[in-house]
Design a protein around this ligand. Structure first.
Ligand code: NAI
Length: 532
């Protein structure tokens, strides 16, 4: 038996007047400290601010379903097979020896945070998943939809991701998951090259009927499996962008009317998102398209439902969000970032079509914006009121940034990515960093789906109260931007800044989880090591 499979977490009890435990809840006090800055007569006037909050986390973990759209794809089938391998403790032979299942690559289950120091001054680290009660991936109930009706054992075979000896042993368990539920297929939204797969469809063209069908599926899956929570997760093909059309998808009511009228710009992913929202279940978008048109966001706000996205951040972009920040924060000026990838799986095939590639290009392209905007010593700010060619506010100086994706069937799921960072250094010098990254795409993406589903479930159990303003606890804001660490183009509350820096995303998550048990976020000040 693999040791991680039987490890029981040590319960964490915070002994402080700021933290209270009941059988039902953990309640904590949190002081949100910031500073308000005003530029007046040539000087910055900075006023420290503090606001007291309370967090209340329900301790009972929901029985949670992970309902994937695209469950028969590489990510979906790999996720099901690896959970089953973990659950049934299946070990398998590879040419290196015996391999045991694990959750490496999951931020929650395979990375740690420091709780503080022991008597000797050494940091005490615990898995992030121990900070608050979270669903264990082995306990997720699996299910979902696919336009391809291949059973999940065959879908795993088709994906060509897992070692044969694992496939062989896990296949009977996968076969029990059966065939994905029929799904919605609007050919205009995904590449034409996917058509041959589309043999498991909800009939008709009535989008309202499709919405009701998916809502009924969610309700039925919940009832049949006794679920308290169903995280609905898009891991289906990347769709083209939907046009944002005033009167059609710009508000919640317009979108609902557009669905009733079967308007052509309503995508399958938007129908799924609306279905989940109306069922009060969270929806996460693991692909880059703009599922969350303004009408979806407004609907989620109105229904107090949760949404998160967009696009899993598995390889190249994750590294970019670290490297670009490292360079800019080191005072070095990237002049260009050129990214090239090729891959040979079905995702790559779909992305070889122009309009689907465009969605990916957009989601990959804004990842350095916040680092650049934060350093106006290196990059000139836009002139006040200046407009760009598109009529929107000008961006200011920015490194050149291109993204190329090519489909090379031979390499299958093993994506290759080459990135060149070309930077200006001291007194006119130049530095070039080249990264060649070869990764098994679905084995990087699968743990991210797990983290997203598990965190989403947790965030549905956390409530907050602004002390002095709110009498009652209330749920978090609908757009779960705390999921940003796993997402390439994080969706945030409209009007707020997107944080792409991976370190800042992780710190935010760690600080939040700790705040919920009444602990301060990570402090790297370590003052006692710097003073007498
Ligand atoms: P895949 O092509 O193997 O699987 C997608 C599945 O979705 C297919 O089985 C397809 O039949 C199904 N599908 C398409 N339209 C559907 C619909 N309307 N309803 C239900 N099912 C539908 O792709 P893979 O590799 O699993 O990736 C899935 C998504 O995740 C893609 O959009 C990809 O861009 C995104 N993604 C993947 C990453 C990775 O590293 N694998 C990283 C970032 C994003």
């Amino acid at each position: 038996v693999h040791p991680t499979a039987v490890r029981r977490p040590h319960a964490i009890t915070v002994q402080s007047e700021n933290t209270a435990y009941t059988d039902e809840h953990i309640t904590s006090k949190f002081f949100n400290r910031g500073a308000e800055v005003k530029l007046t007569e040539g000087q910055y006037l900075v006023t420290p601010t503090v606001q007291e909050y309370q967090f209340q986390t329900k301790r009972a973990i929901s029985k949670t379903g992970l309902l994937m759209i695209g469950v028969g794809g590489n990510n979906g089938s790999t996720l099901c097979a690896t959970i089953l391998a973990n659950r049934h403790n299946i070990t398998w032979h590879t040419k290196q020896g015996i391999q045991q299942p694990n959750y490496i690559g999951s931020l929650l289950r395979a990375s740690t945070v420091s709780l503080g120091q022991d008597a000797t001054g050494a940091d005490v680290h615990v898995p992030i998943s121990d900070v608050l009660p979270m669903v264990h991936p082995n306990d997720l109930v699996l299910g979902g939809w696919d336009i391809s009706g291949v059973t999940l054992d065959k879908a795993m075979q088709r994906a060509q991701v897992l070692d044969y000896d694992l496939q062989r042993q896990v296949a009977p368990h996968m076969a029990l998951l059966g065939k994905p539920l029929p799904s919605i297929y609007y050919p205009d939204f995904i590449a034409a090259n996917q058509e041959a797969r589309a043999d498991n469809l909800i009939p008709g063209e009535d989008k309202q009927a499709h919405l009701e069908h998916i809502r009924a599926d969610i309700r039925r899956l919940k009832a049949e499996n006794g679920l308290d929570r169903a995280v609905v997760f898009w891991t289906a093909n990347t769709e083209r962008y939907a046009d944002i059309i005033p009167g059609i998808n710009d508000t919640a009511d317009n979108l609902l009317a557009a669905i009733r009228a079967s308007h052509s710009e309503v995508s399958p992913s938007t129908i799924f998102a609306v279905a989940a929202i109306l069922e009060g279940e969270p929806f996460v978008n693991g692909a880059p398209q703009n599922t969350f048109v303004p009408g979806v966001i407004e609907l989620a706000e109105r229904q107090k439902s949760f949404i998160g996205g967009d696009d899993l951040k598995s390889g190249q972009t994750k590294l970019k969000s670290v490297l670009a920040e490292f360079l800019v924060n080191a005072g070095i000026k990237p002049l260009s970032i050129a990214s090239y990838n090729h891959l040979g799986n079905n995702d790559g095939h779909n992305l070889s079509a122009e309009r689907q590639f465009k969605s990916k290009e957009i989601s990959k392209s804004s990842v350095v914006d916040d680092m650049v905007n934060a350093n106006r010593l290196l990059y000139k700010a836009p002139e006040a009121g200046a407009k760009g060619k598109d009529g929107k506010d000008a961006k200011g100086e920015h490194p050149d940034h291109v993204v190329v994706i090519k489909y090379v069937p031979a390499v299958g799921d093993s994506k290759r990515a080459i990135d060149e960072y070309y930077s200006e250094i001291f007194c006119g010098g130049r530095s070039t960093i080249n990264i060649f990254n070869e990764c098994e795409d679905s084995l990087l993406a699968t743990p991210l789906i797990l983290d997203l589903a598990i965190l989403t479930e947790l965030l549905t159990r956390v409530q907050y109260r602004k002390v002095g303003t709110d009498d009652e606890f209330k749920p978090l804001y609908s757009v779960l931007s705390l999921l940003s660490y796993m997402l390439k183009a994080p969706l945030v509350k409209p009007g707020t800044e997107v944080i792409n820096s991976l370190n800042r995303q992780r710190n935010a998550l760690e600080s939040f989880l700790k705040a919920c048990v009444g602990l301060e976020g990570s402090s790297d000040l370590l003052l006692e090591t710097r003073i007498w």
